[in-house]
Ligand binder design. Structure first.
Ligand code: CTP
Ligand code: CA
Length: 232
């Protein structure tokens, strides 16, 4: 591991990482959320710090401890995350969007706790789309900022998974896309991960598996090679 060897190959780079899962409130006591623990994003922030980067962590409802040595900005909803990352990205050399951002939020947030009605048999929620934050960054001019997205997919077939990843990278305008298979028993809250990293031509840049820390270092190895070849 780079950290173990004391390599400081990210020294002088400003790295912004989003981690965790957003929560979209319904009322003062309820939200729509997702199962992201923040482990992989926090591991990337920690690894980048260990390799000498100046790290800003945009933390959405983490279920893991804060990493040391990072500037931490706490957010909860997708809109808050958008504000925080858009602001931090202006000064960043690398932006890693590891957070699981809610695609939709409740159209209305009730100021008081929603009450059941004795006669109702169910409840239909109206949701509206959240902005696609990564696509927003990817489609704006971002010369000098390497943009790394993630993709969470349940697709079991390897080729089909790659095809989804390639399409997603293209749609988002990300420089790299880390494809992550997720499921009832995979991806979330575990200490291990397996990913495929896709580059700008849809090529497989690297495959990584192991602890989330070791996967973090493998992703950063690609970032370092791109940062030095494109003079970020
Ligand atoms: N993302 C984002 N803003 C959103 C939704 C996702 O910035 N509103 C980012 C995530 O942080 C991740 C990437 O986009 O880096 C892919 O997220 P994912 O949920 O896998 O893809 P989506 O584009 O939302 O497509 P879908 O959920 O329909 O598969
Ligand atoms: Ca999504």
């Amino acid at each position: 591991l780079a950290a173990a060897s004391g390599r400081r190959d990210l020294a002088g780079l400003r790295v912004v990482v989003t981690a965790g899962g957003t929560r979209e409130p319904l009322d003062p006591v309820r939200f729509l959320g997702n199962r992201s623990s923040g482990k992989q994003g926090v591991a990337i922030a920690e690894a980048a710090r260990a390799r000498g980067a100046e790290v800003t962590l945009i933390a959405a409802n983490l279920e893991v401890a804060d990493p040391g040595g990072c500037d931490i900005r706490r957010v909860s909803t997708a809109l808050e995350l958008q504000d925080a990352v858009t602001d931090a990205a202006r000064e960043a050399d690398v932006v890693v969007m590891a957070a699981a951002v809610a695609d939709y939020r409740p159209a209305d947030v009730s100021e008081s706790k929603l009450k059941k009605d004795a006669s109702d048999s169910g409840l239909t929620l109206e949701l509206v789309r959240n902005p696609d934050i990564l696509a927003g960054l990817g489609h704006a001019p971002h010369d000098g900022t390497l943009l790394v997205g993630f993709a969470a997919e349940t697709e079991p077939d390897d080729e089909a998974l790659l095809a989804l990843g390639r399409a997603k990278r293209e749609a988002k305008g990300a420089d790299l896309l880390v494809v992550n298979r997720v499921g009832w028993h995979e991806g979330f809250a575990t200490d291990e991960n397996a990913v495929v990293v896709i580059g700008r031509d849809g090529e497989i840049v690297t495959r990584a598996h192991g602890t989330k820390t070791s996967v973090a270092h493998d992703i950063l190895d690609v970032v370092v090679s791109m940062a030095t070849t494109t003079a970020v």
